[in-house]
Design a binder for this molecule. Sequence first.
Ligand code: PMV
Length: 331
Amino acid sequence: MTQTATYRVGSNIAFIKYWGVADATINIPLNNSISMTLADAYTTTTVTWDVDGRLATDEVTVDGERFAPKKAQRVVDHLDRLRAVAGVNYRAQVTSANNFPMASGIASSASGFAALTVAGCAALGLDLDPTRLSAIARRGSGSASRSLFGGFVEWEQGHDDVTSVAHQLYTEDHWDLRDIVAVISSEEKKVSSAGGHLLALTSPLAEGRRDHVDGWLAEVRRAITERDIARLGPIIELDALAMHSVMMTSNPSLLYWQPGTLTILHAVQHWREDDGLQAYFTIDAGPNVHLICEADTAAEVETRLAQLPGIERVIVSQAGPGPMRIFEDQT
Ligand code: PMV
């Protein structure tokens, strides 16, 4: 039996967001979400199962830092899920590295838990299809369910552990979009998305977003099918603003934005109104802004971002493939 496996998995940026859980124990979301898997922001994870019983505990190292037990707990909980699927009780050594800063506004939990799932299962010799792997990854982090697939991906809300899974809408070469992340703060956020999902339903606006989201999902599917940025853009902005309105009005309130966030939102609106530049924003659970545009607009967006104050760095990614196994001579 193979005991070790390494996978590289791209993170993803949601066009219609996952925010709020109907069932927190298995991460059943309040609505479907649609994302683009990223080629240039990925996590590479090696899982080695200790079949000989040498390890006293699971060992977790992320970006060179050996996690203390408390910090490692979420990974250990996920290893428990993999052990349960395989019916084994081996401990594991997990080594994971992101090619982007963890608090950059790119979801390391999406690529991280997807990579942990595929590498861990492969190392156990489990031959599971991507749909099943998506269900398992969802339990680690909801957005990880989408990183099991490349290109453009929809996670179906579903109603239980089997039906709440992602599937591919189109492969990565369907549409050459760019995600340009303007990092205005790489400080770690005070409330994690895992904590935030539990608060969503305390907002009086959560029901309102839910009432509209099916229509927005249909619009986004159609925009992707037709490769129509002028149709996609306004809807992704609307949903990002709706999600942040829910966050801001939850109890306690989650206000992830900083002054620099707003500076970019206003700038992008002006670039469109004054110069017809087709770039649109979306924002995850943090202050950093993702600008979505077609490939031929990306250089202009980057040039303009460089002229704005308060941006720490810019990370650009195109659409990417699903999980890739890496063999030793490639690492
Ligand atoms: O998978 P989580 O629990 O990190 O939640 C992700 C939440 C958002 O990034 C804000 C939205 C999304 O759909 O990715």
